[in-house]
Write a protein that binds this ligand. Structure first.
Ligand SMILES: N[C@@H](CCC(=O)N[C@@H](CS)C(=O)NCC(=O)O)C(=O)O
Length: 199
């Protein structure tokens, strides 16, 4: 299989962590893509020019990190990261919150990269609020994430890592102490360390 990725993309990191948890990482060749370069042939892989994308064993292209993680989950006979129903529904709903934190954080990065006079403070504030409220949601529900990793907890790890990477001056840690303790206990996991984002 081939994973089109970038080392700074938290969505790609989610897929890599999922593949690792499912014992499929050795089967995945990583192909680095820069979606911010104009032109290029990546639109033939993903017309939306977003990463990640996965080329499956039989050559099919799958798009969207959570969907790719579901595909990998189905492939793996062991260590499922998505439980069967009824537990599945809560996990997928928690995943939606973690994905929402990622989406809001990526939008904030794009905003931060605008020329200063075009930075939209109100827009940035709305996205930051989603991130903060998302963190509070996980702080309140942290008991659900103490067991084996699932797709939601892996995505939450990526979200916390991404906020630290892109917004290092924002001290979310003190506001959500249980979440911070949870994160600290998992930060040294091999796959997580190996995928630390760098520009
Ligand atoms: N829902 C998508 C989001 C992917 C996404 O937004 N990736 C970012 C990189 S972190 C990207 O490719 N952005 C380029 C763009 O939006 O033009 C997924 O889960 O795969």
């Amino acid at each position: 299989m081939k994973l089109y990725y970038s080392p700074t993309s938290p969505f790609a990191r989610k897929v890599i962590l999922a593949a690792h948890a499912l014992g499929l990482d050795s089967e995945i060749e990583k192909i680095r893509v820069d979606v911010y370069q104009p032109g290029g042939s990546y639109t033939e892989i993903n017309p939306l020019k977003k990463i990640p994308a996965l080329q499956t064993r039989d050559g099919q292209i799958l798009l969207d990190s959570s969907f790719i993680a579901q595909y990998l989950n189905d492939l793996s006979p062991v260590n499922k990261i998505i439980p069967s129903a009824p537990e599945r529904w809560q996990v997928m709903s928690d995943l939606a919150v973690a994905d929402g934190i990622l989406e809001a954080s990526v939008l904030r990065l794009y905003e931060k990269r605008r020329p200063v006079d075009r930075f939209d403070t109100a827009f940035d504030g709305r996205q930051k609020d989603k991130v903060d409220q998302g963190f509070q949601y996980f702080e309140k529900n942290i008991a659900r994430f103490l067991g084996e990793p699932n797709i939601a907890s892996l995505t939450l790890m990526c979200a916390l890592g991404y906020v630290d990477f892109r917004f290092p001056n924002e001290k979310w840690h003190d506001l959500v102490p249980r979440l911070q303790t949870w994160y600290q206990a998992r930060q040294n996991d091999e796959a997580f360390l190996k995928t630390t984002p760098k520009d």
